[in-house]
Design a protein around this ligand. Structure first.
Ligand SMILES: Cc1ncc(COP(=O)(O)O)c(C=O)c1O
Length: 413
């Protein structure tokens, strides 16, 4: 068997199930699940309608590159969303469908990493778990860039030693971040681009939360925008990942896309052809409807904004919690052991949240002397320790109820 499988860590939800095993919550309180990042808002009916009406298209094999109309819808959405000039994203060479970004992010690393060298795949820490698993299975070492309050929850790119950048093949960025909700500014992204150019690595920007932001007037910038601002009109070394899961509350549709450097995407398409990851045609047709329509995404975003507006005033007086710029998570400092906090909250209030430790790795501080040697071997602290991730995915009434229970839990301690 592939020995690299042995390097994969237990997935956070497996660890959470172990943490909760044998703990009995109060029978009188309904369970509120805030651990998983699965959108719960109703799926847009017009998208489901298209899906239903196109089921007769299941009789033919889809092409890996997807329907031209899907790629055109994705390119048009990118141009609208990020204010890119019409025609700047070529649907034929700069867009490929993926079956959700999880699949796309994972496959991308398998296709791109050259494991013959001492490859590094750099990523934020805490991070979306797929980045690490993808790196390990591709034969690369994950290189963790801690994102803490001290770094404004963004990776400190300047703290990475040159020796690490030289080995870096792929840099993952995530904006808005999971779990921190931090958003990368255009200058930050431009700086990352300059480093990618200097050290010749690829940037994979996970922008699946880009439609979920708290200040209606400030949509997060995207990496393709940064490319254009730097004069890289062919998005050299860059790809961005987008998804309908969060934007359109369609996590079960498994629909996203990757866009960017056509040189990279041509190789990725070749990989995907063999990998067998074409998207079913009804899914593609439903996705076109979703990408073509923006108002449902605005309504969806407003629902999350309202949750933050209602929940934060309840929690702020009793907890060190900050208003994130984007996403749908709270990432509070629980001023103690995060596993114990999660277990006690479940035991006393029947609320499930995710311990921050599970989303991050103890490694070396980016500025530490161990940097450049590969994964940290527990030299630095786990940057998720002492925090929990609270997903505001239940409906508004449940989120407010949960906030009151968390407050009761904290004041009773
Ligand atoms: C940061 C991040 N990236 C990617 C994904 C995967 O989303 P999907 O595969 O549904 O597009 C998630 C899902 O939770 C996520 O949080």
């Amino acid at each position: 068997m592939n020995p690299r499988l042995g390097r994969l860590h237990a997935y956070p939800f497996e660890r959470l199930a172990r943490l909760k095993a044998g703990v009995v919550p109060p029978a009188g309180l309904a369970h509120i699940a805030m651990s998983i990042g699965e959108p719960q808002h109703p799926a847009p009916e017009f998208v489901i309608d298209v899906l239903r009406r196109s089921l007769d298209r299941l009789g033919s094999y889809p092409a890996t590159a997807g329907l031209p109309a899907l790629r055109t819808a994705c390119a048009a959405w990118l141009q609208r969303r990020f204010g890119l000039a019409p025609g700047s994203v070529d649907p034929d060479s700069m867009v490929l469908p993926v079956n959700g970004t999880r699949e796309g992010l994972f496959a991308f690393v398998q296709a791109m990493v050259d494991a013959r060298g001492e490859a590094l795949v750099a990523m934020p820490n805490p991070f979306y778990q797929i980045y690490e698993g993808a790196a390990l299975l591709a034969g690369a070492e994950p290189y963790f860039l801690d994102t803490t309050a001290a770094t404004h929850y963004l990776p400190d790119l300047d703290a990475v030693p040159e020796s690490a950048w030289r080995r870096c093949q792929v840099l993952f960025l995530c904006s808005p971040g999971n779990p921190t909700g931090a958003v990368m500014s255009l200058p930050f992204l431009q700086h990352a681009l300059q480093l990618a150019e200097r050290y010749d690595f690829l940037i994979a920007a996970d922008e699946c939360y880009t439609e979920l932001y708290l200040d209606e007037g400030s949509p997060p910038a995207g990496l393709l925008q940064a490319c254009i601002a730097c004069g890289h009109s062919r998005f050299e070394r860059c790809v961005v990942f987008h998804s309908l899961s969060k934007r359109s509350s369609l996590p079960g549709l498994r629909s996203g896309f990757v866009a960017g450097d056509p040189r990279i995407l041509a190789r990725f398409l070749l990989y995907r052809t063999y990998h067998g990851s074409a998207m079913a045609i009804p899914t593609q047709l439903a996705s076109i409807a979703a990408w073509d329509e923006d108002s449902h995404a605005t309504v969806n975003r407003h629902l999350y904004q309202e949750k933050f507006a209602r929940v934060l005033p309840i929690l702020e007086p009793v907890m060190r919690v900050e208003r994130p710029a984007g996403g749908f998570y709270l990432w509070p400092d629980v001023c103690g052991d995060d596993e114990q906090f999660a277990r006690d909250l479940f035991r006393t209030q029947n609320i499930t949240v995710l311990p921050g430790t599970y989303l991050a790795r103890a490694g070396f501080p980016a500025t530490g002397t161990g940097a450049g040697t590969g994964t940290g071997a527990g030299i630095g602290p786990n940057p998720g320790a002492g925090r929990v991730r609270i997903s505001l995915v239940p409906d508004l009434a449940q989120c407010v109820e949960a906030a009151h229970r968390i407050r009761r839990f904290l004041t009773a301690r």
